[in-house]
Design a protein around this ligand. Structure first.
Ligand code: CAA
Length: 247
């Protein structure tokens, strides 16, 4: 297996962390990003190292173009060429549309959708020049089916699916695949923030498999899409949602 260099945004928690570990297990060099100014990155890095996982951490704000450009310069200066990009970083600011202030709309669209441009832009040219690349964008079941209280998040996650297909067309002849993964509800801090009664009565009750997903189950799909074997899959949106929404 060829050793590649992977960059995972939001790689220090939840699905991002599980994906970082998965790609490390696959033998790749793994770089992760952590939201600038939120602290805890070096403690996380040390805890991972104690378990045999060596990650480089870059502090960046994925909603900010200049911050991403600076990160890309640093990654290059550190001698890395990013072959695998997992655009995972995302936030929720839930609330019904009636009550949703512009701040919540902007925060989610900038972090979840603008980040697709901001982070992909510095790395896709290198992939096409080298004739090999994998981009996996993390969408959501709620980008496909919509969700009460998530006009902002559903819009951004649906936008990711469109971005994925358009970019996939543009780079298909250059050895670069671009896909999205749409997780359902997984056992992460993002999902744990949903009111427990709503989670149980309105959400878990609608999952045919009858439970939340494990981050590792989502990461396994991402890992496959990043592999050599997945070279003929591009422009796809892979649902990993316990049967919650079938399409
Ligand atoms: N469908 C229809 N009506 C609903 C409803 C639903 N699913 N949920 C609530 N309502 C009704 C309520 O009964 C209430 O009706 P009345 O006004 O007649 O009493 C009305 O809608 C307003 O509801 P609330 O007062 O509860 O509204 P709120 O603003 O206080 O709460 C909310 C809204 C915080 C968004 C809450 O509904 C909620 O947490 N929903 C779940 C959001 C969710 O799934 N987030 C996912 C986060 S994790 C993630 O996003 C990861 C991923 O990719 C899957």
């Amino acid at each position: 297996m060829t050793q590649r260099c992977a960059l995972i945004t939001g790689g220090t928690t939840g699905l991002g962390e599980a994906t970082a570990r998965r790609l490390h297990d696959a033998g790749h060099t793994v770089l992760v990003t952590h939201m600038v100014g939120t602290g805890g990155a070096s403690e996380w890095q040390q805890a991972q190292a104690a378990q045999g996982y060596t990650f480089k951490v870059y502090e960046v704000d994925v909603s900010d173009y200049d911050s991403c450009q600076e990160m890309a310069r640093q990654i290059e200066a550190d001698g890395h060429q990013v072959d695998i990009l997992v655009n995972n970083a995302g936030i929720t600011r839930d609330g019904t549309f009636r009550k949703m202030g512009k701040d919540k709309w902007d925060a989610v669209l900038r972090t979840n959708l603008d980040s697709m441009y901001n982070v992909s832009k510095p790395f896709v040219d290198g992939m096409t020049t080298r004739n090999w690349g994998r981009v996996v964008n993390i969408s959501s079941v709620n980008g496909t089916k919509g969700q009460f209280g998530q006009t902002n998040y559903s819009a951004a996650k649906a936008g990711i699916q469109g971005f994925t297909k358009a970019l996939a067309l543009e780079v298909a002849r250059k050895g670069v695949t671009v896909n999205s993964v749409s997780p359902g509800y997984a056992a992460t801090s993002m999902v744990a923030a949903v009111d427990a009664e709503i989670l149980e009565k309105q959400i878990v009750s609608q999952i045919p498999i009858g439970r939340l997903g494990k981050p590792e189950e989502i990461a396994a799909t991402i890992g496959f899409l990043c592999s050599e074997d997945a070279g003929y899959i591009t422009g796809a949106n892979i649902a990993v949602n316990g049967g919650m929404h079938m399409c």
